[in-house]
Write a protein that binds this ligand. Structure first.
Ligand SMILES: Nc1ncnc2c1ncn2[C@@H]1O[C@H](COP(=O)(O)OP(=O)(O)O)[C@@H](O)[C@H]1O
Ligand SMILES: O=C(O)C1=C[C@@H](OP(=O)(O)O)[C@@H](O)[C@H](O)C1
Ligand SMILES: [Mg+2]
Length: 167
């Protein structure tokens, strides 16, 4: 038992959006580990960061990813920082892992209107986004089996590209 597609990448890459569309197109169920974390903690992600701190969020996320990889058979979207966990990166080996990439300008544009991402809520979202990309790009690429650059693609075009590339 294993997800057909695991979708990862930076915030705003479209993991949640494309994951849902990909599930519709393929007739598979969709799951997003951010939602699993919210359900297990009983509060929004921004509250977990503020009240409990990022390490608590990361521990809940690591467990949510492990559970979903072991039990979910459809499309699985991860949170943007899930790959920071070495044990999660190990667990992703052998899966079909789709890395949705997005550059800083478009990533900031797509996430700019939301206050739901505590990591990008500070004074300089552009600098934060750049630092996040610099730190994480090698990690996304370490675990990905396919990379799709999404900056100039509509969500439907991203789904087409994923299905083309994953056969
Ligand atoms: N390819 C795309 N083109 C334009 N907007 C997009 C695209 N993919 C996602 N979006 C938009 O960007 C925002 C963030 O998308 P989301 O799926 O939540 O990203 P993630 O889960 O990777 O953080 C949403 O408003 C979504 O509609
Ligand atoms: O990049 C990150 O560290 C995070 C990304 C968010 O998910 P999305 O990538 O779906 O926005 C969410 O898991 C949390 O706010 C932390
Ligand atoms: Mg998401």
């Amino acid at each position: 038992m294993s997800p057909r597609f695991v979708v990862l990448g930076p915030p705003g890459a479209g993991k949640t959006t494309i994951g849902g569309l990909l599930a519709e197109r393929t007739g598979l169920p969709f799951r997003d580990t951010d939602e699993d974390v919210v359900a297990s903690a009983g509060k929004p992600i921004s509250d977990i960061f503020t009240t409990d701190g990022e390490p608590v969020f990361r521990a809940l996320e690591e467990q949510a990813v492990a559970d979903a990889l072991a039990t979910h058979e459809g499309v699985l979207a991860l949170g943007g920082g899930a790959v920071l966990s070495p044990v999660t990166r190990q667990r992703l080996a052998g899966h079909t892992v789709v890395f949705l990439n997005v550059g800083m300008a478009e990533g900031v544009r797509r996430t700019g209107l939301s206050s739901a991402r505590p990591l990008l809520a500070g004074v300089s979202p552009r600098a934060t986004f750049k630092a996040l990309l610099d730190a994480r790009l090698p990690l996304y690429r370490e675990v990905a089996t396919v990379e799709v650059v999404t900056d100039d693609l509509s969500p439907e075009q991203v789904v087409d590209a994923v299905l083309d590339r994953c056969g």
